[in-house]
Structures are given as C-alpha cells and as structure tokens.
Write a protein that binds this ligand. Structure first.
Ligand SMILES: Nc1ncnc2c1ncn2[C@@H]1O[C@H](COP(=O)(O)OP(=O)(O)OP(=O)(O)O)[C@@H](O)[C@H]1O
Ligand SMILES: [Mg+2]
Length: 306
C-alpha cells in the first residue's frame, strides 16, 4: 500500500521543502522506496535542495500529455531509494490546475509503485493546496512558533475544512446555506466552520453524516519548525486543542523541530543537513518525526544513525 502525505503550511518559509527533503532522505535511508513530488507549482525548488541538476522534464510535461505515464517524468536523486517529480520549469498556467487535472495527478500518483510519497505544496490557501490535502487524506501542516505563522496555518486548516464542506454543494445551495447560517447565528456566521456545520446538519443531515465521516477519516498532523530555546515547547498541542475546539477537526501534534543555523549553511552548500550535522537536536527531531509518521501508518521505521 502506498502512503501519500501532503506537506503544507500557511506561510512561506516555514520549512515545508526542508522537511519534505529531510523526511524523504530518512524514509529512503530506512529502505522505503520514496518519491517526492514538487507541487509548489510556480515556485518549485525541491530539485535544488536535493542537488538534482536542473530537471529536463517535469509535471507540466505530464499535464500536457508529452508523457502519458507519471513514472516517465520521475527523476533519480543522488540519494539511493529517493526519487523526484519536479515542478520546475512549469509555466504560469500550471499553477492554477483544474480540479480534473488535480484528480488526474492524484490518480496517477496512487498507481505509482513507491512505499511512501510526499507532496511538497505551496504556501497559503490556494485551491491547489486545499484539494491536494483533501485528496491525499493524510497531511502535515507546518508552522513556526511566530504568531503570524500560527495564524496562517490556522487559516489554512480552516480553509481545508471549508473547502470540503463546499465540495458537497452547488454555488446556489451553498449561498442559501450561508444565508441561513447568518439568519440563525447572526452576522459573520458563514465564516465560522462550526456554525456552517450545524447548518449543514440541520438542513442536509445526510451530507452532515458524510462530512463527519470524511473529517474522521483524515489523518492530519501539525509540526512546529524552527523552535528557538526560549520558545514554548507546549505551543503545538495547545494549537491542536484550539483547532479541535473551533473546527471540530482532530489534528495530532507530531512534534517540534529545533531551529539550527546550520540548516542555512547546508542549503547554501547543497549538502544534506542530516548527513553533515547528524548529532544536532534538529536532526534528532527529524528522525523522531519520520518514525512517528511511519508509525501512524501502522508500520515501523528502522533508521540507521551512522
Ligand atoms: N529547523 C530549521 N532551522 C533553521 N532554519 C530553518 C529550519 N527549517 C527551515 N529553515 C530555513 O527556512 C528557510 C525556508 O525553508 P523552506 O524553503 O523549506 O520553506 P518553505 O516553507 O518550503 O518555503 P516556500 O513556501 O517559500 O516554499 C530555509 O531556507 C532554511 O534556511
Ligand atoms: Mg518550499
């Protein structure tokens, strides 16, 4: 069975691509055939982080049917067992995929023969990002401990939630639902997920049940990255509680990743942070996270620390 994890965050620079590469290296190093897919369309740079020469083929070649199978655009990386589908050299229109194109990509991804697939998504709440989260069903939200980043990741999670509700309705029925919510709960209710869910359950009970099932089926995790020593290590679980209270969405806190200035150096020197600085707190945090993520799929991960 292939496990697909989307990795996204509300804010640019929170560490999505760094985390995707680090997890990819660890999973590949532990013997899992791993594929990274750069879906930060318009700003793809996983190839640079992985020190893969500028890719001659990428996702747009698959979308434009230059290659019929997704496997044909898979690139090797310098890391054994680790492969890449690049989003580089994609043009602007590819940054705004239609829902059908996204579903085509996801179907093709699910057919690939890899033990683990990680999708590096763009920052923010574009429909691409929301839909890839919803289609992959397993997702990692990443933020830094700064209030701006937390605010944005909360917005992203709320947008994922709203997008799912919205997908069950036509434009006009959803508009009517919003109007009912305002009548019932007062101004601004359409912006509050808990009010909208209550309205759905009242007006469309069957859809309410399906949505409850959908949300219960998602495996979402939160990671806080770039924690400095003085930061509150308990912030992550607090955010998850808040999300559950206000959105009714269960997000597991997966853990913190310590800030380390060597991350910058390793990226500039195009070397693997994990290989160059394996005994740092940050490297140890990443190893713990990779084990936890694999563990949540019901498997165990054996990491070679040498
Ligand atoms: N744990 C960390 N410690 C120190 N610096 C870090 C850490 N994680 C990431 N960084 C720094 O943050 C920068 C942004 O990371 P990254 O490119 O992975 O973010 P991103 O979320 O993918 O951004 P974008 O949305 O622009 O693609 C990196 O260049 C790196 O220098
Ligand atoms: Mg990135």
């Amino acid at each position: 069975m292939v496990y697909i994890w989307s990795i996204g965050g509300g804010k640019g620079g929170s560490g999505k691509s760094f985390l995707t590469c680090a997890l990819g290296r660890l999973l590949a190093g532990a013997g899992k055939k791993t594929l990274l897919i750069d879906l930060d369309l318009g700003a793809a740079n996983l190839h640079t982080l992985l020190d893969v020469p500028y890719p001659a083929k990428s996702l747009s070649d698959f979308i434009r049917k230059k290659f019929t199978a997704l496997e044909d655009i898979v690139l090797p990386t310098p890391v054994p067992n680790l492969f890449l589908v690049s989003g580089a050299n994609d043009t602007l229109d590819i940054a705004n995929l239609s829902y059908e194109q996204k579903t085509k990509i996801m179907r093709a991804i699910a057919r690939l023969d890899y033990g683990c697939i990680l999708l590096d998504l763009g920052a923010g709440t574009s429909f691409n990002t929301l839909d890839f989260f919803l289609i992959s069903q397993s997702g990692i939200f990443i933020a830094t401990p700064e209030p701006t980043s937390i605010e944005n990741v909360y917005r992203l999670i709320r947008a994922v939630y709203f997008r799912r509700i919205r997908q069950y309705f036509t434009v006009s029925t959803f508009k009517a639902l919003e109007e009912e919510a305002v009548q019932f709960f007062g101004n601004g209710a359409y912006n509050k997920p808990e009010c909208m869910m209550q309205m759905v359950k009242q007006m469309y009970p069957e859809i309410g049940i399906r949505l409850d099932n959908d949300f219960a089926g998602y495996k979402f995790k939160l990671i806080l990255n770039q924690l400095h020593k003085q930061d509150n290590a308990a912030l992550g679980p607090q955010i998850c509680k808040l999300i559950e209270k206000h959105l009714g969405l269960q997000i597991d806190f997966a853990g913190n990743i310590a800030y380390d200035e060597h991350v910058h150096d390793s990226i500039c020197q195009r070397v693997s942070f994990l290989d160059r600085y394996p005994y740092t707190r940050t490297a140890s945090d990443l190893r713990e996270l990779s084990k936890q993520i694999v563990h949540s799929t019901g498997e165990q991960l054996m990491i070679n620390y040498s």
